[in-house]
Design a protein around this ligand. Sequence first.
Ligand code: PMP
Length: 394
Amino acid sequence: MFENLKAQPADKILALMQAYKEDPRDTKIDLGVGVYKNAEGVTPVMRAIKAAEKRLWEEETTKSYVALAGDPAFSDALIALVLGDAVERANVAAAATPGGTGAVRHAFEMARMANPDVRVFVSDPTWPNHLSILKFMGLPTISYRYFDNATGAVNFEGMLEDLSQAKKGDLVLLHGCCHNPSGANLNLTQWQAVVDLLLKTGATPMIDIAYQGFGDGLEDDAAGTRLVASSIPECLIAASCSKNFGVYRERTGLLMAVSQDASARKLNQGTLAYLNRQNFSFPPDHGARLVTMVLTDEDLRADWAAELEDVRKGMLDLREQLASELQRLSGSDRFGFIAQHRGMFSRLGCSPEQVETLRADHGIYMVGDSRLNIAGLNKTTVPILAKAIIDSGI
Ligand code: PMP
């Protein structure tokens, strides 16, 4: 029967990684895959995670199952990290998932269970996996204007105009911070305007927060999410620990459903556990346990927060260097948006042909939509990239 299968489209970013590997040029620069890398090009295990892992190895006495929704201590710790005291803990249902992707998938599943006719509003552009999962599930999507290629900023008027078409029973997917792939984000005044619009339309927000701590800091990066959660009767929040704890392969995420009261929470909690049971039963525990240990131990937490802050500031420095080098070479401010963007990514806004020129002529690998991973740069490669951008006529 498997002869009936159709070949699936290759993941573009993984194909790019392969092409980079096979490129013999020693001047090549990888700005493709969305993984943090330090100046040496390494994705390190964070110090606090390493320390927690050692402690866990010494202290763990069983690998028996935990619970369908994962360890409640993990939920408590991550809810506190993401939501602070914006909402009552008693109103938040939560379940651990395999990575943020697992949380995203279950958020869509939960919305469909609640409303089989749900339509999902997605930003243009958005993380390609959002679209791919939605297509696979057969859920209708409506894209709303978000990134303006010409200015490198959010087209906020267009966004509000498009979101005003949403109605009760629809899901509006928002990026909590560090928008992937554009790097352009809402300020708090804009978040408030989105909240007001959502309240008017009755649509349900879903927030994907995968880079808390990579933009303006742990608290500031969660401000929009907290505003939504405290202002709107219901919302879903998919959180990933892959980047900010550097536990990519451990598959550590949490899906939260925020409601108005404890009885709604009970129904949501049962639904989240049920979804886990249907799809994979118990969620992975190792990464979640490490994250919990780090967040609940004063010293480990302080060390983690300090290392994360260094990562964040390193990326900001690279942004500023790249923007100023481009300003020097181009004699204009047209690349100033790179310093304004936050998180690991920026979208240059150039054509696929120009992206291809950068790859073919300069060995610079970025995603076809002109997304570049700032963390793929270092002090030496910033001027090389800047010159290549200008030489390619971008
Ligand atoms: N959402 C967005 C926007 C992302 O960029 C990512 C990571 N690429 C995720 C969710 C989830 O990542 P993971 O499943 O690795 O935790």
